[in-house]
Design a protein around this ligand. Structure first.
Ligand SMILES: Nc1ncnc2c1ncn2[C@@H]1O[C@H](COP(=O)(O)OP(=O)(O)OP(=O)(O)O)[C@@H](O)[C@H]1O
Ligand SMILES: [Mg+2]
Ligand SMILES: [Zn+2]
Length: 458
């Protein structure tokens, strides 16, 4: 519950995000540069709201004299989660966990809180979204038990920091950053000023005390983290918790990590007793597919910065009507026509007079050229009524001459496929030459559509 704001501890200023001009009150339009909606509240450091104490500042140190610290990572209690973090929780790091409403962010972090508390000492779980009773209720379902987890139903940043001071926890969880407000600012919870202030102060606290901090972040309809972009820059690690509400699979992935590789995945299953780690996600993933039927190909795509394995389904059937139909869902219709023409001219596979349906399973849309080879593979497989060898993933752009061209981020795609249990990737020859695949996944480079189809049938 947001409390009525008490008088601010220090005066604040509004600063233009565009030109840096300062003003004593909020303006819809910057009085200096005239930009709209750019004024953001900030604590006025010139008027005693200082956060930086010059007396406590350290002088610059010679690189060679800085001792390398062997950072002992903390385990979250879940190997699946630790891997995404780059091998556990780094002391003093701030991790932002984003995800859609109801996906299970609080569940995951409460489970981790209990496991960390049992192994490493007290954990402070501050929630501005739920009461201690609600959290306890969830905890009972999850079997939290007697581990030293402290619950604090609080939105006030300063109160949370006071409790950190008092309890000296091994881990701090703040659920969520958007509900956390500082009394230093007058802006509403969730405003750019408040979110930035809370994140920055928590970051200071984390670095000062070597305290690891998890922040829950809300995600907008478009799927990006709500709040200022700067939030993602401030924190050390940004994780997304994803899954379809009506399915039990959940995936945690890193999109930024100062302490490890991104594109690592942690896979969980949501159950009544909370999240269960899924150590071999390929099984879970493949269970969604009708056990390798003709016309089904697995494509290793990249969405934004994120690798994503999707199933391309094709069905070629003799048209009942005079005109052949071409139906594409999840891929561009014109691209489908082009790929059908390439298949006919360059690989001698004709679908003339036949109905062709192509679908990306799960209602996804794939727009990148690297999807071409997945589409071609699925169509050819349906046309020939021959299954694609089990455990094979593909990607690659197809040119008009039937050549298979390199796709970007080959390494990312191959690693994702390997992680999901695929043992072979049929990829553009150019990419195969440049990519080091994990030992459990063999690369098969192909230069043309014909070569690709031969490789897929092996
Ligand atoms: N008894 C139950 N059995 C199985 N699953 C449950 C049960 N109770 C809750 N859940 C699952 O937990 C989900 C809620 O998880 P949680 O509250 O951790 O999500 P959240 O990401 O923190 O959401 P919000 O953004 O609203 O805080 C529900 O959507 C549901 O799928
Ligand atoms: Mg929650
Ligand atoms: Zn301005």
């Amino acid at each position: 519950m947001p409390k009525p704001m008490s008088k601010p501890a220090a005066p604040t200023a509004y600063v233009c995000g565009s030109c840096g001009a300062r003003a004593g009150k909020w303006h819809g339009r910057c009085p200096d540069c005239g930009a709209w909606n750019v004024m953001v509240e900030e604590p006025d450091r010139t008027a005693g709201g200082a956060r930086f104490d010059p007396a406590a500042a350290e002088p610059a140190r010679l690189y060679a004299e800085v001792d390398p610290v062997a950072t002992e990572r903390l385990s979250s209690g879940f190997a699946e989660f630790d891997r995404v973090l780059g091998g556990g929780i780094v002391p003093g790091s701030v991790v932002l966990l984003g995800g859609e409403p109801g996906i299970g962010k609080s569940t995951l972090l409460l489970q981790a809180a209990a496991l960390v508390a049992a192994a490493s000492g007290p954990v402070l779980y501050a929630s501005g979204e739920e009461s201690a009773y609600q959290i306890k209720d969830r905890g009972q379902r999850l079997g939290v038990g007697r581990a030293p987890v402290y619950l604090l139903a609080e939105t006030c940043l300063e109160r949370i920091l006071d409790e950190v001071e008092r309890l000296r926890p091994a881990l701090l969880i703040v659920d969520s950053i958007q509900t956390t407000v500082s009394t230093v600012l007058q802006s509403a919870p969730g405003s750019i000023g408040q979110v930035r202030e809370a994140a920055t102060r928590l970051l200071f606290a984390a670095k000062q005390r070597n305290l690891p901090v998890f922040l829950v972040g809300h995600v907008t309809r478009e799927g990006s983290l709500a709040g200022p972009k700067v939030l993602e820059h401030v924190v050390d690690t940004v994780l997304y918790f994803e899954g379809e509400r009506h399915h039990s699979q959940r995936v945690v992935r890193a999109v930024k990590n100062r302490f490890g590789a991104v594109s690592e995945l942690g896979v969980f299953e949501m159950t009544g007793a909370g999240l269960l780690p899924v150590p071999s996600p390929s099984r879970l993933f493949l269970s969604e597919r009708a056990a390798s039927v003709p016309g089904s190909a697995v494509l290793s795509a990249v969405e934004g910065s994120r690798p994503l394995l999707v199933e391309v389904q094709a069905l070629v059937s003799t048209g009942a009507y005079g005109t052949a139909r071409r139906t594409a869902s999840g891929i561009d219709h014109n691209r489908l026509s082009l790929l059908l023409a390439v298949l006919e001219k360059r690989a001698g596979l004709s679908a003339v007079g036949e109905d062709v349906f192509v679908n990306i399973a799960g209602g996804l849309t794939v727009s990148e050229p690297a999807a071409d080879l997945g589409v071609v593979a699925a169509i050819a497989s349906s046309l020939r009524d021959r299954r694609i060898a089990e455990g094979t993933a593909v990607f690659g752009e197809v040119g008009l001459g039937g050549e298979v061209r390199s796709a970007g981020r080959a390494e990312l795609r191959v690693r994702e496929a390997a992680q999901l249990g695929f043992t072979r990737c049929v990829v553009p020859a150019g990419d195969a030459a440049r990519t080091t695949a994990p030992p459990e996944c063999a690369l098969r480079g192909v230069g043309s559509v014909e070569e690709a189809l031969a490789a897929l049938a092996e």
